[in-house]
Design a protein around this ligand. Structure first.
Ligand SMILES: C[S@@+](CC[C@H](N)C(=O)[O-])C[C@H]1O[C@@H](n2cnc3c(N)ncnc32)[C@H](O)[C@@H]1O
Length: 179
């Protein structure tokens, strides 16, 4: 499988890695806000962005903004049926705005804009969208000395119930967009 990790940082998690900063595990040094990226159309089976998109500057209105440029560029370099996997803090996570380098926060609605949602259709501009979006929100809790980690380890059935009722603070968005 031909995979690309954008904003890979220090760890290699894909066939091809890209970051704005050079490093021992970075294959391609590139600023993803600058398009086009140095890859042809329909190249990758999967593109990954883990804790990256919340760092993109707000530098233009609507579809001229860097998040739109990145989303459109990822779609271009994915093969048909390829997937874009995103992990980012949910807006309820205190670190979403708590990290000084973060420039934007996301919630369940944000990425529907790139999958042709009803909400997105009311906007007045046009851009290529993904065919499908799947979303999962993970949660975090701590009750006294007992954390989610302990509940999962020692009381997995209770953990399942707590998951089902949505106990805890929304922590991370896990988004999968299919071209
Ligand atoms: C919070 S780190 C996440 C690193 C890695 N993905 C991980 O999960 O450990 C954010 C990464 O995005 C990179 N980054 C930020 N803005 C970028 C840009 N405009 N173009 C390319 N990489 C960028 C940073 O250099 C950094 O390595």
């Amino acid at each position: 499988m031909n995979t690309l990790d954008i904003g890979c940082g220090k760890v290699r998690t894909a066939t091809v890695t890209l970051d704005i900063k050079p490093g021992p595990n970075v294959d391609v040094v590139h600023d993803i806000t600058r398009v086009p990226w140095p890859f042809p159309d329909d190249t990758f089976d999967e593109v990954r962005a883990f804790d990256v998109l919340e760092h993109l500057p707000r530098d233009g209105a609507e579809e001229a903004d860097s998040l739109f440029r990145v989303m459109i560029e990822v779609r271009r370099i994915l093969r048909p049926g390829g997937v874009f996997i995103i992990k980012s803090p949910h807006q309820d996570n205190p670190l979403a705005w708590g990290v000084p380098a973060h420039t934007r926060v996301f919630n369940e609605h944000t990425f529907t804009w790139f999958a042709g949602s009803q909400e997105a259709r009311v906007t007045r501009f046009d851009y290529p969208t993904f065919a499908r979006m799947d979303l999962r929100v993970t949660r975090l809790y701590q009750v006294g000395p007992v954390s989610q980690f302990h509940v999962r380890k020692y009381a997995p059935r209770l953990a399942t119930v707590l998951d089902r009722i949505g106990f805890g603070t929304k922590d991370e968005l896990h988004v999968r967009l299919t071209k």
